[in-house]
Design a protein around this ligand. Sequence first.
Ligand SMILES: *Cc1c(COP(=O)(O)O)cnc(C)c1O
Length: 387
Amino acid sequence: MNKPKVFETPQFVTRPFLPPREEFCDALEEIWTNRWLTNEGPLLRRFEERLQHRLDTQNLALFSNGTLALQIGLQGLGISGEVITTPFTFVATTHALYWNKIRPVFCDIDPVTCNIDPDKVEELITPWTTAILAVHVYGNPCDQDRLASICSRRGIFLLYDAAHAFGVRVKGEPISNFGDMSMFSFHATKLFHSFEGGLLAFKDSGLKSNLNYLKNFGFKNETEVTMPGSNAKLSEIHALMGLLMLDYVDTLIAKRKALAEVYRERLADTPGVLFIPEMKDVQHNYCYMPVRIQADLFGRDREDVYAELKTFNIHARRYFYPLVCDYPCYRSLRVSDPLAVARKVSKEILTLPIHQDLSTDDVHHICDALEWIQKQGRSRSAAPQSR
Ligand SMILES: *Cc1c(COP(=O)(O)O)cnc(C)c1O
């Protein structure tokens, strides 16, 4: 095999999609006419309604970003004490607990799905536990049935960081209806974005007014402040981008699905490249393309592959490495579970480029590079491995 060519432009894991500029500019007219820029303006209300339809979920609240949505959601549910969560996630999941003075209790993950392991949750429950905060990592649904049954049996809340899971369905059921509450992120790098933005979907319709107060300084009306709220409102211009994006998101998912199929076909027989299997009865959104590099089979470890891909101008990401519990700000937390699976996966994981501007040829080329790196590793493996 000849050495594959180096990409002329850097290949990143994602590239934000934007609707045609004229479409956005034309739509701005409405904001200029309304002179209503934020605070539940007409575009925000329309965005929320369209999301109710798109996600098939009644109770929604928009926020300036996913992190504040989660932070305020936890506050709105009155969650305190200890919350069982996963260390295999983006730091914001844990930060949202921290800002509510909640102690994160890290639980290990399932070796196949990389989501929190329902088998290991229950032994971490203490009299102080008030909730489980699980993450649908890469948009792959957690074991909702098992988690929900544990939570209802133990009388604790079930929350999801669904930042990756926009539009995912399980047996036709929208993922936004799972648990007591789910947070979605509309950050620029996510599959569905509004530049910045966040959404809470929640079961109890009675929460809506408190969530609205909390994101607007606690104001109930002109003179009444009912609670020490924050400022976490989305603006009309963000809502406008979100509204336009809604018309494109299905096309974006279809495009990614096709690319994901090419990756899976091409790398099916590459030793040491492990995929997270597609799940039965799940309508995926293909927002990330994670693979696990199993050093013993691949012949080289993930760090090598990550560095070597850069020489081809392919900038894979290590989502999620290090584990959240290993960041200096959380290292002092007592962790009772050895988190063996999470540690292993975190050392193997690599997410590859997948987005609307990538062609099938680009994906073949990325696969060529990975295969070439693998073959190089094997030809070297006559010498004992240093790692
Ligand atoms: C992006 C992300 C967040 C944070 O969302 P923001 O909208 O950027 O605040 C939280 N959790 C996970 C898993 C994410 O990927």
